[in-house]
Design a protein around this ligand. Structure first.
Ligand code: GDP
Ligand code: MG
Length: 782
């Protein structure tokens, strides 16, 4: 009787016998190193009993029990790897950084003509340090995060000191068989835009899995240099890499670096520029051993290479890559090659024969071939540390953070602490400080203008528009920055990946997978990056559904609105009310998810296969940069969109259609225009034209609800009454996301969905506000 992976008990190891399942998911398993012959160790189950956390090829992977059931294993008495490693650890001469590749000869061949732009693609696994390296190379400040899938779009930059270069940071991929939409970006870039060279970044602490992609890249026949990153961590734990041996085996320059510490980067650039300029192709593309497992894969690959040689030239595809993809059953490549019927049949026979001789299906056989070669390379050139300090530390931290009983209370505790510190302890302190500064400035301006006899109308514009309106918004800067600070700490440390692991089972109830938790948490910061980050989700269904749910996570731009109304109606209860609003948003989101699950998005969420990175201490520079950017963006918005909206509203509310200054604002243009929409909002108690105006301006930027209110309500906002205040809070929480967010939804899902989201959010907001109002009326709050 065969044992399945889901039956493996905690702490026990096993060897994988076969991997079941089908399609893209199975290919993904294989690409991640879950292949027959590999050794796995069961680490733990998530607190809710599903998914499981495995150790494979020295890294941590999550897998749902239902998917693990497809994998047949042979339990092992004792992990064999550890024993073998111990013996090998005798040799420890470290090559060090700055070896100046002895392997690769320099300066030969014909260089590309002067003036050619050397284009580089930065390709590597997720979380291998691509963005860190990109920032080092170009001096840019792209966002770095310790979570697989932070970079979801390509970014271009020029290498410092080399003006004739252009380097592109790509989303991380595990293999050239893309699994999610952002992985496709990377594959297509390499295939279609034909960079002059590839910089393949390899995480040296996780070398086996990382080299899998390297081998597929070598098949492309594009000049390439391997950057062995995180050498600081490997070295710090007594591991080493014999770089020259590895270079000789791979046939490309290998440069040990530490992107975070900026070590070895100059040498990497020298190599990269050289191979690009002289178009030095990898010396080796043929990794299948004639002796391995009887040589079945070897013979099949070479046979297919010969079979399609002419087609590959015509389709402009690298031959070896095309052959490998054909055997793996990649239909895109097969279409591009335009084989005729005879050749297709021949291909089928070759593959069948290979499967028969190898005893594995085509995908597993190919993945096995690659990992066989990787094993040879690693045996010859890598001395792995037994278990890195970072991993030991991560495991210890995880006993609490993903522990059976502690995980969920700790998560709730951390989130509560974050919100408490942001809204109650640190935030308000700085906010008051800033507010008193703005007030002092306003007083000064008022005195100045009075002394200079400035026009009354202009005075009112400056005081109520600029200082009260925009000033109130600006005073929320500290709170917003602090919330972003905490969110980025959570992300950067590697904790968010754990939250995804812990929450997977819960999210599955509403039809999503653990991965969706990331966009949602980011949604508390800003909907725009949250929507972008859904690109890491491997299924279109999950992606759509997650995008529709992120607007329910109250973003920071709404904080000024909450603060404004809470001050007016519930002074002293701010913490309670704001928490209640956040929770109301989440609950409405959950209800919406249930609705979606049973209507728009039937079907199952995709499997949850994710790498759990080691915890890291967030880089100060990285965090500092993020805060600086957020502050700059916010101030920029305050003094552009919000200021303009405030001035326009001020103008429309002070002048009639004949451009006469009105004494009673009810005769203004604005009152007339807003009066049209007002009846719709009357049932929820927001029929006042001034409220309508502020809500409409909030579509531009949520914060301007406050600045517009300040401008229009000279008698103070308390005039609208407590019940309307509550309606206003609820409606602002839920109604349409701002233009920027809608635009990003449109980018991801198209115009129809974007318009749909606007209407749907407004409808939901109206409905919930009505319910809340009716409850309020019943309680006699009116
Ligand atoms: P990407 O997903 O490949 O773009 O990776 P990132 O650049 O976002 O980096 C992932 C994580 O690895 C971050 O926490 C970085 O701080 C960390 N990191 C990157 N390079 C190094 C390195 O050379 N040494 C160490 N110790 N950490 C690094
Ligand atoms: Mg990145």
């Amino acid at each position: 009787m065969s044992v399945r992976l889901n039956e493996l008990t905690t702490g026990k190891s096993a060897r994988i016998e076969s991997v079941g399942g089908e399609g893209a998911l199975r290919q993904h398993f294989l690409d991640m190193g879950v292949i027959p012959g590999a050794e796995v160790t069961m680490m733990k189950l998530a607190p809710m009993g599903d998914p499981m956390q495995l150790l494979i090829h020295g890294y941590e992977l999550t897998l749902r029990l239902a998917d693990a059931e497809q994998i047949v294993i042979v339990p092992l008495e004792k992990s064999s790897d550890a024993a073998a490693e111990k013996k090998k650890r005798q040799r420890t001469d470290h090559p060090g950084l700055g070896e100046e590749g002895k392997f690769q000869p320099k300066g030969s061949g014909d260089p590309l003509p002067e003036g050619t732009i050397l284009t580089f693609a930065l390709v590597g696994n997720q979380n291998s340090g691509k963005t860190t390296l990109f920032n080092q190379l170009t001096g840019a400040s792209q966002h770095v995060g310790n979570f697989p899938g932070v970079t979801v779009d390509r970014k271009d930059g020029v290498i410092r000191g080399h003006s004739d270069t252009l380097i592109t940071d790509l989303p991380g991929i595990y293999s050239m068989s893309p699994y999610s939409s952002e992985e496709r970006v990377s594959r297509n870039f390499v295939l279609e835009e034909k960079p002059k060279a590839i910089i393949n970044i390899v995480d040296a602490t996780n070398i086996e899995r990382n080299l899998y992609l390297t081998m597929q890249l070598l098949e492309m026949g594009i000049p390439m240099v391997v950057a062995l990153n995180m050498m600081d961590e490997l070295r710090g734990n007594g591991g080493t890499v014999d770089v020259n041996t590895m270079e000789a085996m791979l046939g490309v320059p290998v440069v040990p670096i530490s992107a975070a510490k900026n070590e070895g980067v100059d040498e990497l650039v020298r190599h990269a520029v050289h191979i690009a300029k002289y178009q030095e192709k990898p010396l080796r593309q043929d990794f299948c051993g004639a002796e391995d497992h009887g040589g079945a894969v070897h013979r099949a690959l070479h046979a297919v290479c010969h079979l399609i040689e002419d087609h590959a030239v015509q389709a402009d595809l690298p031959l070896r890559f095309a052959a490998a993809k054909l055997i793996e059953g990649d239909s895109l490549i097969s279409d591009q090659l335009r084989l005729d019927q005879n050749e297709k049949e021949m291909l089928e026979h070759i593959v069948l024969q290979m499967e028969k001789e190898r005893g594995l299906d085509h995908s597993a056989a190919m993945a096995g071939m690659r990992f066989d070669f990787i094993r040879k390379v690693c045996d010859a050139s890598v001395i792995k540390p037994l278990e890195t300090r970072e991993h030991i530390r991560s495991r210890k931290i995880d006993t609490v953070l993903t522990g059976k009983y502690s995980a969920i209370p700790v998560f709730i505790g951390i989130m509560a602490l974050v919100f408490y510190l942001t809204f109650f302890l640190i935030g308000p302190f700085f906010q008051n400080l800033l507010q008193s500064g703005i007030d002092a400035l306003a007083a000064l301006a008022e005195r100045g203008m009075q002394a200079a006899n400035v026009n009354e109308a202009i005075q009112s514009l400056v005081l109520s528009g600029l200082f009260e309106g925009v000033g109130t918004v600006v005073s929320f800067l500290p709170i917003i920055v602090i919330l972003f600070f905490f969110l980025s700490m959570l992300e950067d440390s590697g904790y968010i990946a754990r939250v995804a692991f812990v929450m997977d089972k819960l999210l599955r109830r509403i039809g999503l997978s653990g991965r969706s938790i990331v966009p949602m948490l980011l949604g508390f910061g800003c909907t725009v990056p949250a929507v972008m980050s859904t690109r890491t989700l491997p299924s279109e269904r999950d992606r759509r559904m997650t995008i529709l749910l992120t607007p329910f996570m109250s973003c920071t731009a709404k904080l000024p609105i909450y603060g404004f109304f809470v001050n007016a109606f519930f002074p002293g209860l701010s913490w309670l009310i704001i928490t209640a609003l956040y929770i109301l948003g989440i609950i409405t989101g959950i209800l919406a998810a249930f609705l979606f699950k049973h209507t728009l998005f039937r079907g199952e969420a995709v499997p949850f296969v994710m790498e759990l990175p080691n915890y890291r201490i967030p880089g100060a520079r990285n965090v500092g940069q993020l805060l600086w950017e957020k502050s700059r963006d916010f101030l920029h918005r305050a003094f552009s969109v919000i200021l303009i909206a405030t001035i326009v509203v001020w103008f429309l509310s002070h002048f009639s259609f004949r451009f006469n200054l009105v004494s009673d604002q009810r005769e203004s243009m604005l009152a007339a225009i807003s009066g049209i929409v007002a009846p719709v909002l009357k049932p929820i108690g927001l029929g006042d034209w001034r409220i309508v105006t502020s809500l409409v301006s909030g579509f531009m930027a949520k914060e301007s609800v406050v600045s517009v209110m300040e401008t229009l309500f000279s008698e103070g906002v308390a005039a609208i009454g407590t019940l309307a205040g509550i309606s206003m809070l609820v409606f602002s929480l839920l109604y349409t996301p701002c233009v920027a967010a809608v635009a990003s939804i449109r980018r991801e899902l198209g115009r129809k969905w974007a318009i749909g989201v606007v209407l749907w959010q407004c409808a939901i907001a109206w409905l919930v506000a009505l319910i809340v109002r009716l409850i309020g009326l019943a309680l006699g709050l009116g």
